[in-house]
Design a protein around this ligand. Sequence first.
Ligand code: ATP
Ligand code: MG
Length: 395
Amino acid sequence: MKKLIVIKYGELSTKKDNINFFLKTLKNNIDYALKNINHEIKYDHGRMYIDVAESDLETSVDVLKKVFGIHEIVIGYIIDTTDFDEIKANLEILVDEEEFSTFKVETKRVNKDYPLTSPEISKQLGAVILKKKKIVSVDVHEPEIVVNVEIRLTETLMYLKGIPGCGGYPVSTLGKGLLMLSGGIDSPVAGYLAMKRGVKLECLYFESPPHTSEAAKEKVMDLAKVLSKYNNDIKVHIINFTKIQEEILKNIPHEYLITIMRRMMYRISEEISRKVNAKIIVNGESIGQVASQTLTSMNAINRVVKMPVIRPVACLDKLEIIDISKKIGTYEISIRPFEDCCTIFVPKHPVINPSAELCEEYEKLIPYEEYIRETVRNHEVIKLSSIEGKYQDLL
Ligand code: ATP
Ligand code: MG
């Protein structure tokens, strides 16, 4: 018996006219993720089959657990025959290694001339399993394991339990988004959830040297690196925010510092989105978490851009966000204690219900359009690949 990885699709199998585009993208993403492993991929509308050397099986499955669009990963067993006695003998070996108490057999025949029908095959193979395992029973409604048998033209594929994949749509199928990535807990989780819906991300980080350190930037790069595992590779745009922040600090009443700073961040995010052809801005705002995330604040801040701003964690509790960050491996990085550009300029009493009109008045005090143009023009871009493990400076 030869082992083969079988991929079951998630929600993308509900796509009709454009399913081929979704499957092709999934295949390309898997090709990228398995770049360092010799592999061959075949697929139809029902399943994807990945052939790798047995010694690469475990590593490949680990890599595939981070590819969106996969609902389940199953190790299948191929035999080079459709002979029914051979199928029975090999199935006995397979179930012998497995612990379960209830099961059902599901059969698919590609070869419609096969002497037995699918229900007949399932019934006879079920009897083989009952005889071999003795203490197990058949449960067609809620079986602990489903024994899948696919009889093809010249070979037979059998598989039992699967490992959950991460679901969602293949990254890139929905186009590009720009993630406002800080060193906090929320934004990497927001990025993960956006990628899960098929959005290919580029990231944007605002730094304020010398008020923020190199270590703070490294932290953001490390977070981006984790995200790149789901995104094939990731570009991080680094915006020097020092001048704008210092001007805000000098000219704007303190309770409005954060509101106006965030309006500037949004304007810059929209500018970069346009440049890189991103269709949405994604960020880690969560309703009510801080003064700048009350509904009135969000309204006063959001109105400076036309582009949709998606906030995947808007309605999650902090503890729920933390749970996801632990699961995806960003939590330990996010809690490293480095200053972020927001935390440095936090006023004692930020306004909770800012007025958008007042923001506009205050903003007349600084020639921010010129500052934005300048910092966007000179910004640095770093491309991180999930494969090489190195930072690559693009400019
Ligand atoms: P925390 O997990 O501590 O809440 P946070 O990154 O969510 O961290 P907030 O002040 O709540 O911090 O910021 C809200 C959102 O604004 C962030 O989730 C992020 O999307 C964006 N943001 C904040 N600071 C930056 C920054 N320096 N660079 C890029 N985006 C930022
Ligand atoms: Mg937050």
